[in-house]
Design a protein around this ligand. Structure first.
Ligand code: CA
Length: 103
């Protein structure tokens, strides 16, 4: 039995203090009761993501994960001043209209 993919939107808030931003490669793994998303690379080619005070949105189509339980965030520490202060992440699930706030 297969289910259609679900569109998820991640809205990522970077802290608004000196040194909060990063240019490192950021990856998310979204974990739910029926599986996980695998590593998702968060990068928009046309924009400098994760700068101080920024709100960055990313869209992914994922197989249904069931009720969300966890978000794993990793970054590889590359780039100048790579430390990153992640304020919070909002996850919107298009099908159910659910919003999860992590952070
Ligand atoms: Ca950046």
């Amino acid at each position: 039995m297969t289910f259609p993919d679900i569109e998820y939107k991640f809205v990522v808030y970077t802290g608004d203090e000196a040194g909060s931003g990063t240019d490192a490669n950021v990856k998310f793994t979204l974990i739910g009761e029926s599986g996980d998303s695998g590593e998702l690379q968060l990068d928009r080619k046309t924009k400098n993501d994760f700068e101080r005070g920024a709100k960055d949105s990313f869209f992914f189509k994922l197989k249904p994960l069931g009720e969300l339980s966890k978000l794993k965030v990793s970054q590889d520490g590359s780039g100048f001043k790579s430390a990153w202060f992640l304020d919070k992440v909002l996850i919107y699930c298009r099908r159910s209209g659910d919003v999860s706030i992590i952070g």
